[in-house]
Design a protein around this ligand. Structure first.
Ligand SMILES: [Zn+2]
Length: 83
């Protein structure tokens, strides 16, 4: 089970389905450190990953409907990367 609630942390849009992928240790740009991160697989939408500063760019529109994995830092609960 993930330690992050992806709905409460606003990583995944409310009511959007997701799968917990697992965890990894990787650098977090906000914490400036290697942190434990958890991956959530969901469908890309205008609302997915909206805590990302670049999520509102028009280029994300082309990804709508695709499956993405959002990696979230368990320390600061921000999305650190999207695969
Ligand atoms: Zn962090």
């Amino acid at each position: 089970m993930p330690t992050i609630d992806p709905y409460a942390a606003e990583i995944v849009a409310r009511r959007a389905p997701y799968d917990f992928v697992g965890d990894r240790t990787a650098p977090c740009s906000r914490c400036h450190d290697d942190t434990l991160q958890e991956g959530f697989k969901t469908f890309s939408s205008p609302y997915v990953g909206f805590s990302l500063p670049f999520a509102r760019r028009p280029s994300t529109a082309g990804k709508i409907g695709k499956t993405v994995i959002l990696w979230a830092c368990t320390r600061c609960e921000s999305v650190v990367s999207v695969n």
